[in-house]
Design a protein around this ligand. Structure first.
Ligand SMILES: Nc1ncnc2c1ncn2[C@@H]1O[C@H](COP(=O)(O)OP(=O)(O)O)[C@@H](O)[C@H]1O
Ligand SMILES: [Mg+2]
Length: 241
């Protein structure tokens, strides 16, 4: 199961946001870092067809997001920074179950999957509670559980800890680390990337570095220190051998 971007470019109202990105995303743990506005979220959204690029292709095992968005969205789960954007049902258990409404599973199977995922993510005691009464950290765990119950093969997480305090950020980070699925994590919490297989640095719509976490963080830190007057040379993205 591999995501591939081939020559992906995208613009909003004529302003380029992604510029000719080609990537194969095969590693189990991939981080994406970069300044605000560099194009990270747009890049992430191309991975499950939430954004279809103006040019180039995004493929999951050869399926193009342009034509197979539904199938791809089922296999590539997405977690946003703000769980409120994702929680749609009044109670915790209902919110998790709604993702299975078109799964063809029986009521009993839905119930058992919902219970298992709530148990695994520390929400079993809150199953009938109103979702809006959960703490911020619990809400993000609920958003995560509601995606995981559908058993996606890949989880794309767009700054899932940004709105959380340190303790809750650590809880969510630990949950992500424990997942068997491939995880693609966009974050400004650089310490979460320790142990990752690969980290991409995005700047002005390009992948300007692609390598080990510590090297990527060093590259990003230098880039931010250098400021916008010393933009990296075009077309010279550093790559792992
Ligand atoms: N739906 C949209 N419509 C118009 N402009 C957008 C939209 N989404 C993002 N942008 C712009 O595209 C640029 C890249 O945004 P984004 O991909 O969200 O970057 P990042 O996640 O790195 O902050 C920003 O300048 C942002 O304002
Ligand atoms: Mg973003």
């Amino acid at each position: 199961m591999t995501l591939r971007l081939e020559g992906v470019s995208h613009a909003y109202a004529g302003r380029p946001v992604l510029r000719d990105i080609t990537l194969e995303l095969a590693e189990h743990r991939i981080g994406v870092i970069g300044a605000n506005g560099s194009g990270k979220s747009t890049l992430a959204r191309t991975l499950n067809g939430l954004v279809v690029p103006d040019s180039g292709r995004v493929l999951l095992d050869g399926l193009d997001t342009r034509r197979h968005a539904r199938e791809i969205r089922r296999r590539v789960g997405f977690v946003f920074s703000d769980p409120a954007a994702q929680i749609v049902m009044p109670t915790v258990a209902e919110d998790v179950a709604i993702g299975l409404r078109r799964s063809g599973l029986s009521r009993a199977e839905v119930e058992s999957r919902v219970s298992a995922v709530l148990e695994r993510h520390g929400l079993a005691g809150h199953r009938d509670h109103p979702a809006h009464l959960l703490s911020g950290g619990q809400r993000q765990m609920l958003a995560l559980a509601s995606v995981l119950v559908t058993e996606p093969e890949v989880l794309v997480c767009d700054e899932p800890t940004t709105l959380l305090d340190l303790r809750n950020a650590a809880v969510v980070a630990a949950a992500l680390r424990a997942l068997p699925q491939q995880v693609i994590l966009l974050t400004h919490h650089l310490d979460l990337l320790a142990g990752f297989d690969r980290v991409l640095v995005v700047d002005e719509g390009r992948v300007v570095f692609d390598g080990a976490p510590a090297d990527a963080v060093a590259h990003y830190t230098a880039l931010m220190g250098a400021g916008r007057t010393a933009a990296p040379e075009e077309g010279h993205a550093e790559r792992r051998p």
